[in-house]
Each structure stands twice: as C-alpha cells, then as structure tokens.
Design a protein around this ligand. Sequence first.
Ligand code: F6P
Length: 380
Amino acid sequence: MTKHIGVLTAGGDSPGLNAAIRAIGKSAVSDRGDKQNIRVIGFRDGFRGLVENRFIRLEGEILSNLLTLGGTILGTSRDKPHRMPIGGKPMDMTDVILDNYQRHHLDALICIGGGGTQKNAYRLVEKGMNVITLPKTIDNDVAGTDVTFGFNTAMEIATAAIDRLHSTAHSHHRIIVVEIMGHNTGWLALGAGLASGADVILVPEIPYDVNLIAAAIRRRQHRGKNFSIVAVAEGALSVADLEKYQLLKEAKSRAKKKNDAKKITKMEKELARFAKYRKNNTLRLSGELEELTGLESRLTILGHIQRGGTPSSFDRVLATQLGSACNCAVREGQFGVMVGIRDGSTELVPLENIIKQRKIVPVDHPWVESAHRIGVSLGI
Ligand code: F6P
C-alpha cells in the first residue's frame, strides 16, 4: 500500500534544504519491487503552511534542478505551532495541524529545521503524529548529530569573505572586526576564523576581555604586523557583559518563582534593553580596539550572505544522505526521531533525547586547542 508523507522546512533557511527535499522526493519512488511507494506533499512556509493547508506535490519535474539551488522551494517561517500569530495574537494551532495531518491521511510528517524546529516537531509527536526531523542550520548547534547541513557552506562563505578582508586590512594597517552568524554558538566563527587565519577569534562559549585582545594586537604590532583580523561570533560577549546578562536572567527566574508580576515585567524590560545593547556589540568592540591600540578599526557584518546561494558539495552529500534515510525510517515505521549523522553514517536519534540540549563548542574542543597552539587570541 502507498504511504503518504508531508514535508516542511522551518526556521532560518540554510543551504542544502532543496537537496534534502529532492532526496526525500526521489527516494520515495520505488523502482524495485521490494520497496514501498511513498507519495510526498510539501507544505509551504514551515508550520504556517500546515496550519493553512497550503501545499504542493513533490513529484516529477519539480524535483529536477534542486541539488544546487539555495534557499527552499517550499518557503520557510519561524512560526511555532503552539504560538502562531493569528490576527496579531499568538494562538495554539496544534489541533488545526492535527486536523490537516489527518485530512491528508499522512503516515508521517518530515520537519526539516534547526534546534527550534526539533522542539516544535516534538510537540506534534506528543499530539500523536508520526514525525521525523532532519537537522539543518548554519549554526551547527543541534544535538544528536555530528554536523547539520548548511554549516559547511556558510563556513566556506565566511572563510572566503575573511580571505578578502585580509588584503585590505593589510594594505591599510587596520584592524578589521568581522561579525559572523551562529546565534549563541561559535562553531561558524571558530571554523571560518581558523580556516582564514584570523588573528583573534571570539565565541560565546569563551567570554572575552577586551584588554587582552588589545594586548594581543599590540604584540603583533611589535612584531611588525600592523593589521589584525578579529573574527567575532554574533553571540560573543565580554566577561563583564555576560555577568550582567546572567544576573538579569537570575533575577527574572527568582521573580517568576515568587510570582512577582511587577518584578517579572521589570526584568523583561531590562532584558530587552540588554538585547538591544548586545546587537551593537561588534561595533562597540571595534571602537574599543581602535582606542586601546591606536590602530584604525573597521567593522564588517557578513549577515545573511552566509545563508545564501548554492550548497557546498559536503552539504549536498549530507542533505542527500539524511533526506534519503528519512524514507527508510518511514518504511520501517520509526517515528519521533531525528535523522542525524554519526561518523559518516546516518543514525536515528529519539527527539526527546535532543530537544533539551544545544550543541555548543566545548572549551577543550580540538579546534579551540589548535587555535591556542598557533597563537590565535581567544580574548582570554
Ligand atoms: O539560525 C540561523 C541564523 O542565521 C543565526 O545564525 C542568526 O542569528 C539568525 O538565523 C538570523 O535570523 P533571521 O534570518 O531571522 O534574521
């Protein structure tokens, strides 16, 4: 009997999404008698399309020319099933999702996304739906998999950009501070920083001291190197700012425990103010380094360039491995799992084991150790 599955892409887009959609579509069709046919539909714009029942059939010509295409042909959104803005108000739409799941007689729903999507997908598992997820994000912060697709491509893009910044920094004897995405993890900044020979790499997992960064830059000056590249993860914070942030969070959770509504509102406002201040972190850092070293400093924010365009060959292969393994899980009736990659092979990981974790850079990670060994300053 033919099985029916739905696919959606949720959260920030990431190179390799279309390659994964293609792999799911192509591996659904049985060309041998021993495999069960699967019919695939794709919901548009993440969980919102599932709520609004907007979908396309993923078969035939639509699966052509997808391997190299950036973005997602399905569209994506950051909408959550349990808090979806409807007419300006956040509404729990999980029952509507269940209705649409049943209306299409789905045997499974495939949710392709990052950490947030894994959590949202698990909510649907709890509602009784058969869900399988795939891990994608340029941040590489999903637990239960060695790597997420999109990360390698973004690292290549950031590396190429920093390579270009080197020649201009060198020519003008400047500091160039370059902000790299990664949300609250430093995988992308650390990987691209190492690959491009950045002189300073700052990641959220290792809070920094601006004076120590300036000292490292001055040491380079004494060695005759009048330029420096400072690769900064967007989530990196100084020791002092991290302390401030943690105090605010602790105060909010204390107020929550005491049910002190006034204090909760106050702390929420303070946290929002801190988030605004944090947004300008790299700009502030660039100014501070200029003052402390006497070198001119410029800021480059790589931004969404890191998410755009064609996936690297690594991400095409990874997305194809994960996407095709997904249909094996459907045929075997294995649900409530994420298809991860471990030592080159796909692996099914129960969603409940990963949703409470985030894969951050361990401070003794081999990449961190290599950075130390070659004299890169980590701001400590
Ligand atoms: O999660 C991927 C990511 O690119 C993060 O690195 C970044 O912080 C965030 O998304 C940006 O989100 P948006 O595209 O919604 O601005």
